[in-house]
Design a protein around this ligand. Structure first.
Ligand SMILES: C[S@@+](CC[C@H](N)C(=O)[O-])C[C@H]1O[C@@H](n2cnc3c(N)ncnc32)[C@H](O)[C@@H]1O
Length: 344
C-alpha cells in the first residue's frame, strides 16, 4: 500500500513530465502484484505524448452552427435574433428544422432538454443528478462544497485548469463544451482565458446555471460574447454530430445516470481529432484486482446509483467502447484527470 501511495505521489505531474515519473514508478513497483496495478499508468503517460497537434480552423466559430434539437439531432434555426452571448439569451428562440419544436431562452439559459415545454409530465432523475438541482446545494457549490474536494486529491480549479490545458493543446482556438459545469467555475476560466472561440456552459440543474449566470454578472469585464448557458441532459446533447472541438467534464462522470450513454454522446458530437477531458475520483488500489472485490464494487454501484468506484482501467475501457482513442491520464491519489480523442 505504501508503495502505491508513493508511486501515486510521483505520478502527479503534467503529461509532458510524466514519462520520467513513470520510470520511477516502475522501479518502485518491484513486486509483480504492484507492477500490474501500475502498468496502466505508464502506458497512459506514453500515450499522451503521441497526441498530434490538430489544425483548428479559427475562422469558423462552431458555436454558431452546432446547436441541434435534442429530439431529432437536426440543426436548430433562430426564429429571433441569434443569441451568442448570455446577454441575448432571454426571449431568444430556436426551432428544429425537422420536428418544428420551439425552444425559448430563459433569463439565464437556453433549455434544450427533451421534456422542455411539457405541461404536466415530470420525470425525476437519479439522486446524483437531482441533488445538484436543490437551490441550497447550488448556492453552496462554489462556497465551500467544491473546495472540500481537496480531500479527494483534487488540486483545485486553477491547478486543474493548468493541467487540462496540456490535454487540450490540440484543440485550442476551437469551441468547447463545459459539460456538467455546475456554477461554471471552469466555464468562466475557459471564457476568460481567451483560448477558445466559444464556450458552452452546460448542466442539467437550473439552479446551478442560475448561479453561473450570477457569477458572470458579478465579474468585471467578463467576456460575454460567445459564451452561452445551456440546460441539457448529458445523455442527450443538443449539438450536431462532429461539430465540437473539446468537451470538458470536471468532477461529473460519477454523477451521471449512465456514463456509457454520456460518453457515447460526447463521442458523437466531437469532430475527428476532438478531445474529451474529464476529472473524477477513483478507488482502484491494488485490491481492485481481487475478483470478489470487483463484484462487490459493482453491486455497490447498483445500490448507490453512482460511479465513484470505477477504476482507471474501466474508464479506459469505457472510452474505447465509445469510439475514443489515445486514452491518457494523470493521478493524484483518488483524483484522476483523463483524456481521450475522436480518431482523425
Ligand atoms: C460535482 S458537480 C461538478 C461540477 C464542476 N464541473 C466541477 O468541476 O466542480 C456535478 C454536476 O453534474 C451535473 N449533472 C448530474 N447529472 C447530470 C446530467 N444527467 N446531465 C447533465 N449534468 C448532470 C450536476 O447538475 C452537477 O452540476
Amino acid at each position: 500500500m505504501a508503495v502505491a501511495i508513493i508511486s501515486n505521489l510521483f505520478c502527479f505531474h503534467t503529461p509532458t513530465t510524466q514519462l520520467r515519473s513513470s520510470h520511477l514508478c516502475s522501479l518502485l513497483h518491484s513486486a509483480r502484484f504492484f507492477r500490474r496495478a501500475s502498468s496502466a499508468y505508464s502506458r497512459a503517460f506514453l500515450d499522451t505524448k503521441s497526441i498530434d497537434p490538430v489544425e483548428v480552423d479559427k475562422e469558423v466559430n462552431r458555436s454558431r452552427n452546432s446547436l441541434a434539437c435534442p429530439i431529432c439531432y437536426d440543426s436548430l434555426t433562430w426564429t429571433s435574433d441569434p443569441a451568442f452571448s448570455i446577454d441575448s439569451t432571454p426571449g431568444s428562440s430556436l426551432q428544429c428544422s425537422t420536428c418544428k419544436k420551439t425552444y425559448v431562452g430563459r433569463e439565464a439559459y437556453l433549455d434544450l432538454t427533451t421534456a422542455n415545454g411539457a405541461k404536466s409530465y415530470g420525470e425525476p432523475m437519479p439522486p446524483s443528478t437531482e441533488l445538484f438541482r436543490v437551490p441550497l446545494v447550488s448556492f453552496l457549490y462554489e462556497r465551500g462544497w467544491r473546495q472540500a474536494f481537496i480531500w479527494g486529491g483534487f488540486p483545485g480549479p486553477e491547478k486543474e485548469f493548468e493541467l487540462m490545458k496540456d490535454f487540450l493543446k490540440p484543440v485550442l482556438g476551437g469551441n468547447i463544451i463545459d459539460a456538467s459545469c455546475a456554477s461554471g467555475l471552469f466555464s468562466r476560466l475557459f471564457a476568460k482565458s481567451g483560448l477558445f472561440s466559444s464556450v458552452v456552459a452546460l448542466d442539467y440543474s437550473e439552479n446551478m446555471l442560475q448561479q453561473c449566470y450570477e457569477f458572470t454578472k458579478q465579474e468585471e469585464n467578463f467576456p460575454k460574447e460567445n459564451f452561452i448557458l445551456i440546460r441539457a441532459d448529458i445523455s442527450r446533447l443538443p449539438f450536431l454530430s462532429s461539430s465540437v472541438d473539446a468537451v470538458h467534464a470536471g468532477a461529473a462522470i460519477h454523477c451521471w445516470p449512465s456514463p456509457s450513454a454520456a460518453v457515447a454522446e460526447i463521442s458523437r458530437v466531437l469532430r475527428p481529432g476532438g478531445v474529451f477531458v474529464a476529472t473524477t475520483a477513483i478507488f482502484d488500489g491494488p485490491f481492485s484486482f481481487v475478483p470478489f472485490l470487483r463484484e462487490l464494487r459493482q453491486n455497490m454501484r447498483q445500490v448507490s446509483g453512482n460511479y465513484f468506484s470505477l477504476s482507471e482501467r474501466e474508464f479506459e475501457d469505457l472510452c474505447r467502447g465509445c469510439g475514443l482513442v489515445r486514452f491518457s491520464c494523470i493521478r493524484n491519489g483518488p483524483f484522476v484527470m483523463f483524456s481521450a480523442s475522436k480518431p482523425n
